[in-house]
Ligand binder design. Structure first.
Ligand SMILES: Nc1ncnc2c1ncn2[C@@H]1O[C@H](COP(=O)(O)OP(=O)(O)OP(=O)(O)O)[C@@H](O)[C@H]1O
Length: 281
């Protein structure tokens, strides 16, 4: 991804304003997401075949399975990141029960305002802490100063960063620790008040304490948002997910081999491949 450079001004002047409400209070309504017969190809290489899956509203669905079975590719079909990958072709559909799906198909920018994403490694923009969030808002046409200020403070509060950074908002985002950078990236997604969050191994580069902070956030945010989490940590899936989707590469193509409540899938896996995979936990 390329990022344009912003001039470093001091974006954060002292001002009197009421404490912002939690962003969770102002999240747009959400619903369930339905993958119908999704297949993904990169050039001639089919990597996901015929996946249908319902992701319940305001909950965490974990996607697990060995490397290369197409979990990330499935995530990219939700926010249409796959459109930006040369040679990537998706068939089937992803439907959002609370949105105008025709409009979402036509307008990827609007779609990405509804669907935030957190990646494996923290990827702050090379700007100040404040501008990382302000930039996201400007990209979506939100420029009114009062609203910008309120959303930024609220998002930083939401991820527990506000007290840690409020006195140094004009500092480079790279001056933060890895765990703080990941929470900043989560705040950058939350500032747009998305109804859906995609998380692609969000803790794989973090220490256990930072991991726990992100997991606590995942659980809290899932009260008001629908979360899809790709993770290699079975412990993490157990701790935060209510539904688990198990993927496997069969005949060279990623497939969904089993999906169920976390309780059922971990305690009574039906598929023998799930049973063998869980034995590694
Ligand atoms: N941009 C790309 N171009 C070509 N092939 C790709 C691309 N991205 C992924 N692939 C291939 O698609 C397959 C599935 O990859 P994907 O990253 O979706 O799987 P995954 O289950 O998320 O893997 P991991 O757990 O290692 O992240 C792999 O064989 C991978 O090499």
């Amino acid at each position: 991804m390329t990022h344009s450079t912003l001039l470093a001004t001091s974006p954060h002047a002292e001002r009197a304003r009421p404490a912002p409400q939690s962003i969770a209070d102002s999240v747009p309504s959400s619903g369930h997401i339905e993958f119908d017969d999704i297949s993904v190809r990169y050039g001639n290489n089919k990597v996901v075949e015929a996946v249908s899956l319902k992701v319940p509203r305001n909950s965490v669905t974990a996607m697990i399975g060995p490397s290369g079975c197409g979990k990330s590719s499935m995530l990219y079909t939700v926010n249409r990141l796959c459109d930006l990958i040369p040679g990537c072709c998706v068939t089937g559909s992803v439907a959002f029960s609370w949105l105008d799906n025709e409009q979402m198909r036509k307008d990827a920018i609007l779609l990405r305002r509804q669907v935030g994403m957190l990646f494996q490694r923290p990827n702050p923009f090379p700007f100040s802490i404040w501008k990382n969030l302000e930039f996201a808002l400007k990209q979506h046409g939100i420029r009114a100063k009062a609203e910008v200020n309120e959303r930024i403070e609220s998002a930083l509060q939401e991820v527990g960063l506000w007290d840690e950074v409020k006195d140094r908002l004009s500092l480079s985002a790279f001056a933060l620790s890895g765990g703080q950078q990941q929470r900043l990236c989560l705040a950058r997604a939350l500032v747009l008040q998305p109804a859906v969050l995609l998380m692609d191994e969000p803790c794989s580069a973090l220490d256990p304490i930072s991991t726990q902070k992100i997991e606590d956030l995942i659980l809290r945010l899932s009260r008001t948002r629908t979360i899809l989490l790709v993770t290699h940590s079975l412990g993490q899936a157990r701790r935060v997910a209510s539904q688990v989707a198990m993927f496997w590469k069969l005949d060279g193509v990623g497939r969904l081999i089993e999906c169920g409540s976390a309780l059922d899938l971990f305690d009574q896996p039906r598929h023998e491949l799930t049973q063998s995979y869980l034995a590694y936990a």
